[in-house]
Design a protein around this ligand. Structure first.
Ligand SMILES: Cc1ncc(COP(=O)(O)O)c(C=O)c1O
Length: 440
């Protein structure tokens, strides 16, 4: 059963009125509480954040912005959105925020719509090296309607900064883009989906200034670490910042835009609404406000510091068992495990499936320069935001490293060994999770 009474009550209600959904919700609540969540982009929100989403605010249309809505009856919605904006600005140390993006992808889409024209050029890290699909993948609007040039990581394994961003190459790629495309080159993007190292925003800004282009940070993954001061802030270096609110920031599923530039803020507001979205999700905006309030508490910094300590403990635990960690470690909440360090036979897709059977949830992920296709991959991505929320510390991360090693080693030994070991580990995972209940 879930630990919080409102979810328990909701399940009971649905079991009466809509048992098809009620029973699946109950199963999902049980899955979340009895498995170890290592997906780097997921977290467990607090009960106040969760419940703010399930309120009467969902009934209301509030197109527009506080004080300038297209529907009557928005007075309380104005109050809620103003608080969310004020807290977002305080949290990230900037002057303007738009709390309406439905998601991180939408926040980025509106950024393109606000600041670029179709055919314009921007620089980013390619998805295969840790970027995101909204950073110029060919099948995404960002790559179809705009031209992405990609800067590299350091690919020379003999260098101490192997698999870190190659800042000299970033400068080279961007200056070439300026020379080739002139004023059509508009923006440099930094901030990633699978990059475990600190981002040098000041260095990026120096490059942006040399090219006379805007600097954008997509801090979707590290937002909580940034908000709590555990990762350096993109401000004052970046002109524009987008993020999700549901990863390390531990809020509801959603997006956020931030800037210090009033003109850009106005352009962004218009690009998001009416440019891209219709009515804002006011129940989610209320939950964002609650989550921002939580992140402003000193305890959130303690949480984020532990997230990073836990990631380091997991990375070193796995290294001690023969796994290679991309870039040789982590500075933030996530790591890329190169399974080939353990065995060239190990494939990310198998590892994901085997670990799930043992109650350990993660995702297959390419490692830089991965020879395997994205549906197989040579790696898995692991993150510690969710396990840290439920109270795991370094000692528990050592257990997790050992669980992972036992399952993957058994998988290499064949089906029978795998079945026997996953059954054992599954029970140990259940016992460990029972000691660390989800937020109530
Ligand atoms: C760097 C980055 N930007 C944007 C997004 C998109 O966020 P969403 O899934 O909320 O659209 C993600 C999500 O994983 C991300 O990692």
């Amino acid at each position: 059963m879930p630990h919080d009474p409102i979810t328990t009550g909701t399940i009971a209600e649905l079991n009466t009125f809509d048992p098809a959904i009620g029973s699946l919700l109950a199963l999902e609540a049980e899955r979340q509480s009895s498995t170890i969540e290592l997906i780097a982009s997921e977290n467990h929100v607090s009960a106040p954040v969760m419940h703010a989403m399930g309120t009467c605010l969902t009934n209301k249309y509030a197109e527009g912005y506080p004080g300038a809505r297209y529907y009557g009856g928005c007075v309380h919605h104005d109050g809620i959105e103003r608080i969310a904006i004020e807290r977002a600005c305080k949290l990230f140390g900037c002057k303007f925020a738009n709390v309406q993006p439905h998601s991180g992808a939408t926040a980025n889409q509106a950024l393109f719509f606000a600041l670029l024209n179709p055919g314009d050029v921007f620089a980013s890290l390619v998805l295969a090296d840790g970027g995101h699909l909204t950073h110029g993948l060919k099948v995404n609007m960002s790559g179809k309607w705009f031209q992405a040039v990609h800067y590299p990581l350091v690919y020379d394994a003999s260098k101490p900064n192997f698999e870190h961003i190659d800042y000299d190459a970033v400068e080279r790629v961007c200056l070439e883009a300026k020379q080739q495309h002139g004023d059509k080159f508009k923006l440099i993007m930094c901030g990633y989906s699978a990059y475990p190292r600190v981002i040098d925003f000041a260095r990026f800004r120096a490059i942006a200034d040399k090219c006379n282009v805007l600097l954008h940070a997509d801090i979707a993954h590290i937002a909580g670490l940034v908000a709590s001061g555990v990762h350096p802030s993109p401000f004052p270096h970046c002109h524009v910042v987008t993020t999700t609110t549901h990863k390390t920031l531990r809020g509801p599923r959603g997006g956020l835009f931030l800037t210090n530039d009033e003109e850009i803020a106005k352009k962004y507001d218009r690009a998001l609404f009416p440019g891209i979205q219709g009515g804002p999700l006011m129940h989610v905006i209320a939950a964002k406000a609650v989550a921002f309030g939580e992140a402003l508490q000193p305890s959130f910094r303690t949480y984020c510091e532990q997230v990073v300590r836990n990631a380091r403990a997991l990375a070193t635990g796995l290294q001690s068992k023969g796994f290679r960690i991309s870039s040789n470690g982590t500075d933030n909440h996530l790591m890329l495990v190169d399974l080939r360090g353990k065995s060239t036979q190990l494939i990310g897709a198998d590892a994901e499936k085997w670990l799930e059977s043992a109650g350990i949830i993660c995702n297959k992920n390419g490692v830089p320069q991965d020879p395997r296709p994205p549906k197989q991959t040579s790696g898995i991505r692991l993150g510690t935001p969710a396990t840290t929320t439920r109270g795991f510390k370094e000692a528990e991360m050592q257990h997790v490293a050992s669980f992972i090693d036992r399952v993957l080693t058994a998988g290499l030994a064949g089906e029978a060994a795998l079945a026997a070991e996953t059954a054992k580990v599954r029970e140990e995972v259940r016992t460990l999770c029972a000691r660390f209940p989800l937020p109530a």
